[in-house]
Design a protein around this ligand. Structure first.
Ligand SMILES: [Zn+2]
Length: 234
């Protein structure tokens, strides 16, 4: 294997390592985003539940007030009844009282329904609050893991980039710029060993003349099929 090829393959080996590390870095983001999304959804649901509880509590307070109001009215009617002296007034007061009692019965029925609904809504809210606490703890743990992983990858990247810089120096400038240009559109590898008589990347057959020159001089050539750099494996 000639020296240029050896240097080029060393450079590519470093680039493949860097490419893998970059991919690992990119895969960290979705892990955090996923949890953020779940948390936002849960927070929204929780806000809706809290507002439903507040609405129902308002209804409950309103019905309780009404019941107290109507019970007071009944008491007033009862004391008026004690004070009345004629039958006509007594009948009227009794009728009024009966009406108020019927209203209270209906309102107490409403209150039972409201209380039951409120219990259910509060149970939902409670569950959601516990879920959110669990999710927040999980999120904290994942953030910690991701931060540790990112630090590790950053460290490895620094080492790989330093190694790449050294490897790049050993590759002749014209070959290196050819390689870099190919890598812009082709990741992670731009250099391929020939596979028999064909390009190792796209399988295009290479004419005998070029093949011969590559095998005898160790020249690195560009594939006309897919544009990668090819070499004849020794
Ligand atoms: Zn090719």
């Amino acid at each position: 294997m000639n020296n240029d090829l050896e240097a080029l393959l060393a450079l590519q080996a470093d680039d493949v390592v860097i490419h893998g590390l970059d991919a690992r870095l990119e895969s960290l983001e979705p892990r955090i985003r996923e949890l953020d999304l779940r948390r936002a959804r849960l927070t929204d649901a929780l806000a809706r539940s809290a507002s439903a509880v507040a609405d129902e509590e308002k209804k409950q307070a309103w019905v309780r007030d009404k019941i107290a109001e109507h019970k007071a009215l009944i008491e007033r009617n009862a004391s008026q009844l004690d004070a009345v002296t004629n039958m006509k007034m007594a009948t009227a007061a009794t009728a009024q009282m009966d009406q108020a009692k019927a209203i209270v019965v209906a309102e107490e029925g409403d209150l039972v329904v409201i209380n039951r609904k409120l219990d259910e809504l509060r149970a939902v809210l409670d569950t959601q609050q516990r879920e959110l606490a669990t999710l927040a703890a999980a999120q904290e743990a994942v953030r910690g893991e991701v931060a540790a992983e990112r630090a590790e990858i950053d460290g490895a990247l620094a080492v790989a980039r330093a190694s790449r810089a050294r490897a790049a120096e050993a590759v002749p400038a014209s070959l290196r710029s050819k390689y870099d240009r190919i890598r812009v559109r082709r990741q992670p590898e731009a250099v391929f060993a020939m596979n028999g008589y064909c390009c190792g990347a796209c399988d295009t057959a290479i004419p005998m003349q070029r093949r011969h020159s590559m095998s005898t001089t160790g020249a690195i050539d560009v594939c006309e099929g897919c544009g990668v750099l090819m070499y004849f494996p020794s």
